[in-house]
Design a protein around this ligand. Structure first.
Ligand code: F6R
Length: 367
């Protein structure tokens, strides 16, 4: 493994047992179980809890932070692609927008059930008579939901929120289907899970570097700051998932942006601070059927920037439909971030900074 900084462990990507030894909490195993997680998640979403009335809904808000919040971005993209005519948006903060009221469906999503921003928004939504569905592995959110008679979907506990991604987004889609707002989505998730089953072999720790594209991308990222470029829709969500996974798994700075917006500002920013720009590796996410002008913009941008930044790589989503491509690319990024962590000698699982931050924020005089 080589890179410009020299600050990485000499991990052999073709040595599964040493890779496993650097992953003491078993993130690789959690990732390889992801297709199963998706199937379980769909059945959790199908469970026979009483759901809110869809009559007269004007919109859907998903409140959640970090690994839980991204589920809302995915639900928003997938629901739009499935033809849902209501706006679906994510609230990542303490304040529910003023227009969210009794004619909104609000999913409150927190894997731990104890995230303060999400609990605040949940309370506001309940106070305004919004039609709530809560989702967590337990915690205060489960308690509050039961106290207020809000339907609650309980997902299995014991993994990192970001690794519970399937448990967090798929039940919401199943709920939308049960409420009659979208059709055929549970089946589509189940079909995507069987495609991901094949990918899990390809991306597996046992697949050598030469045949494993996720190991190859991870190896090329060592020593660089990954900057992930998506484009509007599925690839925008995916880029932000990759960025967050690089942050939390590999513990490196990482940034994301999207075409075409980045052509109107960020593209200019790579003109200066030459030495700094060389420390960035741009990862451009692609998919079949992307907007022809976006394809052209990507070609031109790569041409313009290739000498300004350290590296540019492109990764293309595979799959027969929108959902398969979205999940394939998210899965690809999850594995890449874990291999990058291992190449950098980082245990992918713990997020000590987040734990420390939450502990400091919980101290009485700091709020
Ligand atoms: C940790 C992770 C974080 C959490 C976030 C919110 O793996 O991904 O981004 O998701 O701190 O916590 P929860 O998901 O418990 O509401």
């Amino acid at each position: 493994v080589t890179g410009v900084s020299g600050r990485f462990n000499d991990v052999n990507m073709d040595h599964p047992s040493s890779l496993r030894a650097s992953d003491p909490s078993g993130m690789l195993d959690v990732l390889s179980d992801f297709p199963d997680q998706l199937l379980q998640a769909v059945s959790i979403g199908r469970s026979k809890i009483e759901l809110p009335d869809p009559e007269g809904l004007r919109g859907i808000a998903v409140v959640g932070m970090g690994g839980s919040g991204i589920s809302g971005d995915v639900v928003s993209a997938v629901a739009a692609a499935a033809g849902l005519s209501l706006p679906v948006f994510t609230v990542k903060g303490y304040e529910l927008p003023p227009y969210v009221g009794s004619d909104f469906l609000v999913f409150a999503v927190s894997y731990s059930g104890n995230t303060e921003e999400t609990l605040d928004c949940f309370e506001q939504a309940a106070g305004r008579g919004a039609r709530l569905v809560a989702l967590s592995s337990g915690g205060q959110l489960a308690e509050e939901a039961s106290r207020l008679g809000v339907p609650h979907l309980r997902v299995p506990s014991g993994i990192q929120p970001r690794a519970a991604f399937g448990y967090l987004f798929a039940p919401q889609l199943a709920v939308l289907e049960r409420m009659g707002l979208i059709e055929g989505i549970c089946r589509a998730v189940e079909e995507a899970a069987s495609v991901l089953e094949e990918r899990s072999m390809e991306y597996s720790v046992d697949t050598p570097l030469d045949e494993n594209p996720t190991k190859r991308v991870a190896k090329d990222l060592v020593g660089y700051v990954p900057v992930v470029y998506g484009s509007e829709g599925a690839l925008e969500v995916t880029a932000s998932r990759w960025k967050a996974q690089f942050n939390e798994m590999a513990k490196v700075p990482s940034f994301c942006n999207r075409f075409p917006e980045l052509n109107h500002n960020e593209t200019v920013g790579w003109s200066n601070l030459e030495d700094v720009c060389k420390r960035f590796h741009l990862l451009v996410l692609r998919q079949p059927g992307e907007h022809p002008r976006v394809s052209r913009r990507i070609r031109v941008t790569v041409e313009l920037l290739h000498e300004s930044v350290g590296h540019i790589s492109q990764v293309c989503a595979r799959g027969d439909n929108y959902l398969e491509r979205l999940l394939d690319l998210i899965y690809f990024g999850d594995y890449t971030s874990v291999y990058l962590a291992l190449a950098l000698g980082q245990d992918p699982t713990p997020v000590k900074r987040i734990d420390e931050l939450k502990r400091l924020l919980a101290e009485p005089d700091r709020r």
